[in-house]
Design a protein around this ligand. Structure first.
Ligand code: C2E
Ligand code: SIN
Ligand code: SIN
Ligand code: SIN
Ligand code: FE
Ligand code: FE
Length: 363
């Protein structure tokens, strides 16, 4: 059979198949037959464990590798396809997999699986072409099939479930800082809710969920601040303040370097949420547009919530005084447009504050 005949043979089945795991194994079969490969594997990323695992693999049990190891790991990290015609002479090849499975890999074609947002979610790999080497035509064909596989995966409950578990993990992590703190349970959630309102008003429509989640991680770096300072009931000394400033850099260090867009934005927010428009903020004294829009939004919602709430070191301010403070600091601490958005959404923000009141833990 030629390639077109193979495609036609499978095309109808592919369009009819509603069950994702059957669809993925079907796609792997098509890929194997069209590419004249001995076997194919479809790796998906596991964000939590930083691994790639085979959701489909011909002839071998589930394989799980660190997401930066092997040919598959390289393709995942770089988001680029790769043809390797002599696996054992390529430094990227992970020989340990063959050792475990007893298989002898000769050549590999590997293609990244890319979702609608352009994020790499896995790798489609064809192993051991039976006759000759992989060609650019093979690469194109497997790229086409990878597109199907990626959208099928994206639409599955499994993927949504993984994604949810991942977001959940991230949010639990942001609350870790709060556990140290006798502070209000809902401050973190409220900052996310306010930020989403403001982002909505400013038409960041594609990023509402990301901003909602990422803003909640702004103070994650407080986890690295000694309790004697973090939990001090009164005013901080100058020295203590300087230690406290480090929570921005600590948060950035915890969150940075991820492939996830969510964590990248969260890292930026952790770093920038105490910068000021006029350049007198910390840690770097960034000015105006040097501060990302995410950082500028997080800054104002954090201060808004701090002022309107009781803190162990201060009493809540009256609402009117809080809004006066925000106005006075337009163009100093805060971005003008964002202050306007806050004033516009005033009722909505106060409603959020009322709905998610502070619950005091312990005594
Ligand atoms: P936080 O409580 O979440 O406060 C966030 C920001 O809200 C503060 O950033 C500050 O810009 C603003 N803010 C809070 N309370 C007041 C206030 O009474 N007056 C004014 N004008 N602004 C206020 P900042 O100052 O960089 O503080 C960062 C974090 O350091 C605070 O987060 C809090 O955890 C801690 N912190 C700051 N000052 C004190 C203090 O005097 N005592 C203690 N124990 N902690 C403090
Ligand atoms: C690799 O990606 O380097 C090896 C994985 C495999 O042989 O399936
Ligand atoms: C938090 O960790 O942000 C809650 C405690 C506080 O901001 O004072
Ligand atoms: C990835 O799998 O690396 C990206 C997924 C995400 O950003 O949520
Ligand atoms: Fe902070
Ligand atoms: Fe805060």
């Amino acid at each position: 059979m030629n390639k077109v005949q193979i495609l036609l043979k499978f095309a109808e089945k592919i369009t009819r198949e509603k069950d994702v795991s059957r669809l993925l194994s079907l796609l792997s079969d098509v890929a194997r037959d069209i590419l004249d490969a001995d076997r194919c594997s479809l790796f998906l990323s596991d964000m939590k464990n930083r691994t790639l695992w085979t959701i489909v693999a011909h002839g071998v049990k589930k394989i799980e590798i660190p997401w930066n190891k092997g040919i598959a790991g390289w393709v995942f990290q770089n988001g680029k396809s790769l043809i390797v015609n002599d696996a054992y002479s390529d430094y990227r090849f992970e020989k340990s997999v063959d050792l475990k499975t007893g298989y002898k890999t000769k050549n590999i074609l590997a293609i990244p699986l890319i979702n609608r947002k352009g994020e790499v979610i896995g790798v489609f790999q064809a192993i051991n072409k039976l006759h000759g080497n992989y060609t650019e035509e093979d690469e194109e064909l497997l790229t086409l099939l990878s597109g199907y596989a990626a959208s099928a995966i994206e639409n599955t409950a499994l993927y949504k479930e993984l994604n949810k578990a991942y977001k959940d993990t991230v949010l639990r992590l942001s609350h870790a800082a709060e556990f140290k703190d006798k502070e209000t349970k809902n401050h973190i959630l409220r900052t996310g809710l306010y930020a989403r309102e403001i982002a909505n008003y400013l038409h960041f429509d594609d990023e509402l969920e990301t901003i909602f989640l990422a803003t909640q991680m702004h103070d994650i770096g407080k986890i690295g601040i000694p309790d004697a300072i973090l939990l001090k009931p009164g005013k901080l000394s100058i020295e203590e303040r300087e230690v406290m400033w480090q929570h921005t850099i600590i948060g950035y260090e915890i969150l940075r370097g991820s492939k996830s867009k969510l964590l990248q934005i969260a890292a930026l927010i952790a770093l920038e949420h105490h910068e000021r428009i006029d350049g007198y903020g910390y840690p770097y004294g960034k000015k105006g547009d040097e501060i990302s829009i995410y950082g500028r939004i997080a800054c104002i919602v954090d201060v808004f919530d701090a002022l309107i709430s009781n803190r162990p070191y201060k009493k809540a301010w009256p609402e009117e005084k809080v809004f006066e403070f925000l106005k006075e600091n337009e163009g100093k601490m805060f971005d003008d447009d964002i202050v306007k958005a806050v004033l516009h959404k005033k009722d909505k923000l106060l409603e959020i504050k009322r709905r998610f009141k502070d619950e005091y833990k312990g005594s």
